[in-house]
Design a binder for this molecule. Structure first.
Ligand code: NDP
Ligand code: 1BO
Length: 299
């Protein structure tokens, strides 16, 4: 884990970890999936009042304009842009070389920013514009990974993006990318630290999480965020609830004892909550006919 860096102020002191590029990513960020119209308030409160410095969003979340207004309010309140870390993602229907720049420009405009800190490939599959969920025959098409990555590299070279990376890549796909990348991916995003939202797994009420929370006099949300940090990842819990926002960043001056950390790591019935089935699997026509296909049979 990297040495802590502090930003000062009344709110929580953020800690950071260096990326391969040398830029540093805040250890706790704010997720914005399904934040809807509350995104503006949660982003501005999180940054200006609570000490968050990282916001994770995506074109597909449909909240980038709201997030942009929240960022603007936080900057207006005195937080400098250079102290923020903003991540967005390119959606599957824009995953062709000729659409990368357009998608990126739309994202910058919606977020009211001049550059992004991190731009990620959201999922490594190319979807036709307006594809159904689940996709119909012919709606999942070939993904030109090398061509798309070249366009993303251009954004870095033009200083419009500081780091580029991926989400939902298997080891096989990462190796394919590493074979062609001139600029290596800085991040393979891990997400849903609390078990995600409706349809996900309610880890906040898991008995083992509750036991550790009670023992340490912390909330279940804090225990889950801290577990992810101690595991060695940065973390992006989503919340639009002010109390949760406060809890989720208050994780830097205590630790989960090793025995409890191991108990949490061994919680029963672990599985991937967001498996991509609804987004990409067409059982009869493919090309992805099962969840195993989505994950290259690596699970
Ligand atoms: P999380 O695991 O972050 O869980 C969010 C849920 O937990 C919400 O219902 C939230 O409700 C609740 N919650 C938050 N804090 C607490 C707390 N302290 N105590 C109790 N409940 C709490 O879910 P996400 O799936 O949203 O993952 C986080 C972020 O990761 C996303 O928002 C998105 O930015 C990113 N992501 C990226 C993906 C990718 O493909 N790259 C996929 C999925 C997510 P409330 O708002 O009421 O607090
Ligand atoms: C549909 C988008 C999945 C969450 O990132």
């Amino acid at each position: 884990m990297a040495q802590a860096t502090f930003t000062g102020g009344e709110h929580q002191q953020m800690e950071y970890v260096p990326l391969m590029s040398g830029h540093k990513i805040p250890l706790v960020g704010l997720g914005t999936w399904k934040s809807s119209s509350q995104a503006t308030n949660s982003v501005s409160t999180a940054i200006a009042e609570l000490g968050y410095r990282h916001v994770d969003t995506a074109a597909e979340y449909g909240v980038q304009k709201e997030v942009g207004r929240g960022l603007k309010a936080a900057i207006h309140a005195g937080v400098e842009r250079k102290h923020l870390f903003v991540t967005s993602k390119i959606w599957c229907s824009d995953l062709s070389p000729e659409r990368v720049r357009l998608a990126f420009n739309r994202t910058l405009q919606d977020l009211q920013l001049e550059y992004l800190d991190l731009y990620l490939i959201h999922w490594p599959f190319h979807l036709k514009e307006g594809a159904s969920r689940p996709p119909k025959a012919g709606e999942v098409t070939e993904f030109d990974m090398e061509g798309v990555w070249r366009e993303m590299e251009k954004l870095v070279n033009e200083k419009l993006v500081r780091d580029i990376g991926v989400c939902n890549f298997t080891i096989k796909k990462l190796n394919n990318l590493l074979n062609v990348a001139h600029i290596k991916p800085s991040v393979c995003q891990a997400y849903s630290p609390l078990g995600s939202q409706e349809g996900g797994r309610d880890l906040v009420h898991d008995p083992e999480v509750d036991r550790v929370a009670e023992k340490l006099n912390k909330t279940p949300g804090q225990v889950l965020v801290k577990w992810a940090l101690q595991r060695g990842t940065s973390v992006i819990p989503k919340s639009t609830n002010p109390d949760h926002l406060k809890e989720n960043i208050n994780v830097f001056d205590w630790a989960i004892p090793q025995q409890d950390f191991e108990a949490l790591s061994n919680i029963k019935n672990q599985k991937r909550e967001l498996d991509g089935e609804i987004l990409f699997v067409n059982k009869s026509d493919g090309p992805l006919k099962s969840v195993a296909d989505v994950w290259d049979n690596e699970d």
